[in-house]
Structures are given as structure tokens and as C-alpha cells.
Design a protein around this ligand. Structure first.
Ligand code: PXP
Length: 248
């Protein structure tokens, strides 16, 4: 069974759209990402994912601390490969960290982390997390050199970037992008890596994504938060899980 990690960043995006400058609003600040996370867990989510970005555009440190204290499933912290974030993670002790590239101008994470070009920095974080008993996942494009180096650096997990496939949906490149993911998943599995995937997965393309081999966990955010606006969190999570199992 493929596990579901629910990324709640965009619940915080909605809150920040109104309350970025407001210190307190008589307890009326909403929506609360922690409340969203707890509802996702009650619906059956296997883990909660947040990205604490350097510019703090959505999730704040306080959110991550509250999640650490309150959720019953696993906390996956997406973070840039920096000494500041490494120190934060070692103190907070999430169940896993997912190393992602960060660029202030991007709307959301664009492209996987270049492990080959940032070998020393990535190795330092993986070593620190391995020593602390925190799982590291490397968010990478499905390219062989990136996958091979991820295994060589002793990262236990990778997360294959599904964004190129999602963007190619409805274009002639779709089949080729799906095949790239398939080949990448097989190669990673052969090297002993657990294979996660994420970015741009929605209620439609999940029908193909779920057929990728060796999938351990999918991290899905935007589509679930968006669907929850209409159906509520419970139905949005259950519907995605049903589709992950091929039941809809
Ligand atoms: N996985 C990673 C590493 C991401 O950076 C993101 C986006 O924050 C996601 C998964 C979730 O992507 P989406 O919001 O498109 O489902």
C-alpha cells in the first residue's frame, strides 16, 4: 500500500494572505494549519509534510513546533540544505527531512535538488541526520546520476520530483515523463533506496502516478488543500487515498 503524506503548506498560504502582519487577532486567526493536519490524520493520512522556507512565506517556525507537539503520525520537514535549517531540524527532531532546492523568486519548488552539483553540502546534512537518527529524503529529478549519488551518500530515501510529468500531462511528453519516473524508481529501488514521489500530483494524474513501481509514499499538497475548500479535509484525504488504491 502506498502511504500518503499530506503537505499542508497552502493552508498556511491562505492564513498568511490575511495575517502576515498581524501579531494577534483575538484568537481568530484562520485557517490553522495544525487543525488541518489533525483533520488529515483523522481521515487516514500517514504523515504530515511542511516546508519551512527561508522567506517564511507560508509555514512559520511556530507551526512546525506545534505540529511536532501534536500530530500522531510522522512529521516530514522539507528544508533547504543550509546550516541554519540543519540546526533547526536537529533541535526539532522531525521523523524525516526532505532536502529541497530553494529559490526566493520561485512560486513553488521548481526542479529537484542537484545532488551532483552540491555533493559536499548534501553529504554534510545526510551525515548529520543519519547520526541523529532522522531519516533524510532527497528530492531529485529522476536522473540516474542523481539517484546513484543519493545512494552513495547513504540517504535512505529519495523523493522523485513528479513536477515535469505533471506539467507534461495533456501534452505529447506525458508518456516519456512517466517512463523517466518509472526507470528512476526501478533504479533507486535496485540501489536500496525507498522511493517517494511528489509535486503536482492531483486527483486526475494519480491514476498513472500510482502505477509507478516500488512507491513507498506520495507527498501531496496543493490538490488536497484545494479540494478541501469544497469537500472538507476528511473527504479530500479519503478521496485521494481511494484513488491511490485505484478504487475510484
Ligand atoms: N514534495 C516536495 C518536495 C515539494 O516541494 C512539494 C511542494 O511544496 C510537494 C511535494 C507537494 O507538491 P504539491 O503541492 O504540488 O502537491
Amino acid at each position: 500500500m502506498i502511504l500518503l503524506g499530506v503537505n499542508i503548506d497552502h493552508c498556511a498560504t491562505v492564513r498568511q494572505a490575511r495575517y502576515r502582519e498581524v501579531g494577534s487577532c483575538g484568537g481568530a486567526i484562520e485557517p490553522d494549519p495544525v487543525t488541518f493536519a489533525l483533520a488529515a490524520e483523522r481521515a487516514g493520512a500517514d504523515g504530515i509534510t511542511v516546508h519551512l522556507r527561508e522567506d517564511r512565506r507560508h509555514i512559520q517556525e511556530r507551526d512546525v513546533q506545534r505540529l511536532r507537539e501534536s500530530i500522531a503520525t510522522r512529521l516530514n520537514l522539507e528544508m533547504a540544505c543550509t546550516p541554519e535549517m540543519t540546526a533547526f531540524a536537529l533541535k526539532l527532531r522531525p521523523d524525516s527531512v526532505c532536502l529541497v532546492p530553494e529559490n526566493r523568486r520561485e512560486v513553488t519548488t521548481e526542479g529537484g535538488l542537484d545532488i551532483v552539483g552540491n555533493r559536499e553540502r548534501v553529504a554534510a546534512v545526510v551525515d548529520a541526520m543519519n547520526a541523529a537518527g532522522i531519516i533524510t529524503s532527497l528530492f531529485i529529478d529522476p536522473d540516474e546520476p542523481q539517484i546513484e549519488l543519493s545512494a552513495a551518500l547513504r540517504a535512505p530515501w529519495i523523493e522523485l520530483h513528479t513536477g515535469a510529468y505533471a506539467n507534461a500531462y495533456g501534452t505529447p511528453r506525458r508518456a516519456a515523463e512517466l517512463q523517466r519516473l518509472r526507470i528512476g524508481a526501478v533504479r533507486a529501488h535496485d540501489l536500496g533506496l525507498a522511493v517517494n514521489a511528489g509535486h503536482g500530483i492531483n486527483y486526475v494524474n494519480i491514476a498513472e502516478i500510482r502505477t509507478l513501481p516500488h512507491l513507498h509514499e506520495l507527498n501531496i499538497g496543493h490538490s488536497i488543500v484545494s479540494r478541501a475548500l469544497f469537500t472538507g479535509v476528511d473527504e479530500a484525504v479519503r478521496e485521494m487515498q481511494a484513488r491511490m488504491r485505484g478504487q475510484r
